[in-house]
Design a protein around this ligand. Structure first.
Ligand code: PLP
Length: 379
């Protein structure tokens, strides 16, 4: 049953990766727990050894591919044990000593660790902020441009199409970290990127109960390179995680529509409040990211960031919340928030809050946030 390009996101999501119906078999076959598969005689695929392939991954990879690149049968997805396994696969499988890679200076907090690893292998790393034009200026002689848009946690947005064109003119490949947007919010391959890479731990699966990562690309050589890296490093997802992820994708549109609406409502409620500064949400028309975001995104994500006057006010706010858990990560069905400065990895003020909207009723969530803000006495 082809659900490729003609249907809406919700329709494609419930059918994504579902195999042709087989009488008396389940609609979504259960996880295949197998280290090895029956293999009499000659070595022949598709399933031989559990580090190389697994039928549960195959269905999940098809599902993600149908969301990241609808209508493109050449899209190839490779799933990994975590987002960082997927990020590392793109950065480390292609980099050669002497190459130059451009990374965001304001990207995910584990990127600096990866930078150290790249430099130890003789790769030159340049960094540039996501906002503004600095990434364009860093492209000359580069082999790979790494884009994170919207950036985490600052929520700056850059113009993927423009950067991809400029990079390709210089023979430079482009990878986009699509974690925050998810494939329902943004489709990097359609915007010209060579790789769409994401942590499936966040909004893609949305229940905060598993780690997963993936890479989608359309060039068979790039896909083969990433797949080979997975075999070499062995950063494979367990069949149970892969199956849970596939099961969760069926509800992705329902979850994200509510999360995006809640994020917008929370950001509107915080806008202009005493004690709240540096409010960022790409879906707010007044946000510095909004114009570019509106051109390339279908939805603006479930993360809102803002700054309270100091560390103590931020801690009081988090403690006073009843419906929002103080926890890291984002994109889950239960709202979470944290004082990002507690990790020490991001260049953010002490009172900086990263807020992830869940699927609670909008009125309840907004009321809880405003009540906690009052309780924190943040002015
Ligand atoms: C969480 C995250 C990652 C890493 O994903 P894991 O699944 O935690 O390994 C990478 N990029 C971004 C933008 C993230 O938010």
């Amino acid at each position: 049953m082809s659900t490729r390009n003609t249907y809406g996101d919700g329709t494609r999501a419930v059918r994504a990766g579902i195999p042709e119906p087989v009488r008396n078999e389940p609609v979504l076959p259960g996880p295949a727990f197998a280290a090895h598969f029956h293999l009499p005689g000659e070595v022949a695929g598709p399933y031989t050894y559990g580090r190389d392939t697994n039928p549960t991954w195959t269905l999940l990879e098809r599902a993600i591919g149908e969301l990241e690149a609808p209508g493109h049968d050449d899209a190839d997805t490779v799933v990994f044990a975590s987002g960082m396994a997927a990020v590392s696969a793109v950065l480390l499988s292609g980099a050669r000593s002497g190459d130059t890679v451009v990374l965001p200076s304001d990207g995910y907090q584990a990127l600096p660790l990866l930078r150290e690893q790249l430099e130890a292998y003789g790769v030159r790393v340049r960094t540039a902020p996501t906002a503004g034009e600095a990434q364009l200026d860093a492209l000359d002689g580069a082999a790979l441009l790494w884009i994170e848009t919207p950036s985490n946690p600052g929520l700056d947005v850059c113009d993927v199409r423009r950067l991809a064109e400029a990079a390709h003119e210089r023979g430079c490949l482009v990878a986009v970290d699509n974690t925050l947007a998810t494939p329902l919010g943004q489709r990097p391959l359609e915007l010209g990127a060579d790789f769409s890479v994401a942590s499936g731990t966040k909004g893609l699966t949305g229940h905060g109960d598993l780690l997963l990562g993936y890479v989608t690309c359309r060039d068979p050589e790039l896909a083969a390179r990433v797949r080979r890296w997975r075999k070499v490093v062995g950063a494979i997802p367990g069949p149970m995680e892969a199956w849970l992820a596939h099961r969760s994708i069926a509800t992705i549109q329902l979850r994200l529509q509510r999360q995006w609406a809640n994020a917008l409502a929370v950001s509107e409620a915080l806008d202009g409040r005493d004690g709240v500064s540096g409010l960022r949400y790409p879906g707010l028309p007044s946000d510095p990211s909004h114009k570019v975001a509106a051109r390339q995104m279908w939805g603006y994500g479930g993360v809102v960031s803002f700054t309270l006057p100091d560390r103590a006010a931020a801690e009081r706010f988090l403690t006073a919340l009843r419906l929002v858990e103080d926890a890291t990560s984002f994109g889950g069905v239960r709202s979470t928030a944290e004082r990002r400065g507690r990790w020490g990895g991001d260049a953010v003020p002490e009172g900086f809050i990263r807020f992830s909207a869940g699927v609670e009723d909008t009125e309840d969530l907004v009321a809880d946030v405003l009540r906690a803000l009052d309780a924190a006495g943040a002015r």
